[in-house]
Write a protein that binds this ligand. Structure first.
Ligand code: AP5
Length: 214
């Protein structure tokens, strides 16, 4: 028996990918590679890539594949990803999935977190994120112990700009049209595991742990 360490978390905006990824990082000691976080860093640093990505992100659209791929490939080549990784929010469409295959980058498990749309909207509007470690909280469902402060690292909590009602609607449409087809793609590859993403965060994490056994 072995444990899968080349992982991808698949799910709609608000499905809990980031919430579960930090638990996997802490348990398995492998890095979370979130394209959303990499892009938000590029925007915050004002790089050329960040400037180009900003407009797409603000509208809830996918950033062009070539920009995202360059970030992911560079991040995967860092030493801490040598023994495994948790891809969070990537691949986001079939062409990104095929770009991974073309580069010989393998996945052992794709973990899909399945959550009904109505619940996603409530999760995203009440979400708060840590500026320092990106841990995800919710004002009602998963509050930090001290208001506005991250339990994990003491960082400041903030609300993401794209967590507004109109942008959330666009993000959910983009997910259905462009990302959901990956479910079939990875089912056919035999590495998809579907996990109900509702209920307690700990219960969902236990189901993820079971799905890692190879
Ligand atoms: P990205 O940052 O990837 O955002 P996303 O996919 O929309 O996902 P989220 O981060 O919103 O949700 P999550 O599943 O991580 O949920 P979380 O754990 O926080 O992408 C942002 C943008 O970047 C995209 O729109 C696009 O423009 C661009 N981009 C990124 N990757 C790209 C790519 N590959 N190609 C092109 N463009 C790309 O949980 C949500 C909330 O729910 C939290 O408040 C949490 O506390 C709460 N919660 C979690 N679990 C539970 C539970 N079990 N019960 C109740 N509440 C819960």
């Amino acid at each position: 028996m072995s444990i899968a360490t080349r992982l991808m978390l698949l799910g709609a905006p608000g499905a809990g990918k980031g919430t579960q990824a930090v638990r996997l990082v802490d348990e398995l000691g492998i890095p979370q590679i979130s394209t959303g976080d990499l892009l938000r860093n590029a925007v915050a640093q004002g790089t050329d890539l960040g400037k180009e990505a900003q407009t797409y992100m603000a509208a809830g659209k996918l950033v062009p594949d070539e920009l995202v791929l360059s970030l992911v490939v560079a991040r995967l080549s860092e030493p801490d990803a040598a023994n495994g990784y948790i891809l969070d929010g990537f691949p986001r469409n079939i062409s990104q999935a095929e770009a991974l295959v073309a580069r010989g980058i393998k996945l052992d498990r794709v973990l899909s977190l399945d959550v009904p749309k109505e619940e996603l909207i409530g999760r995203l509007t009440g979400r708060r994120i840590c500026r320092a470690c990106q841990a995800s909280y919710h004002l009602t469902f998963n509050p930090s112990k001290k208001e506005g402060v991250c339990d994990r690292c003491g960082g400041e909590l903030y609300q993401r700009k794209d967590d507004s009602a109109d942008v959330i609607a666009n993000r959910l449409e983009v997910y259905e049209a462009q990302t959901a087809p990956l479910l079939d793609y990875y089912e056919k590859a035999g590495i998809l595991r579907r996990i109900p993403g509702t209920g307690s965060i700990e219960g969902i994490y236990a189901a993820i742990q079971n799905a890692l056994v190879m």
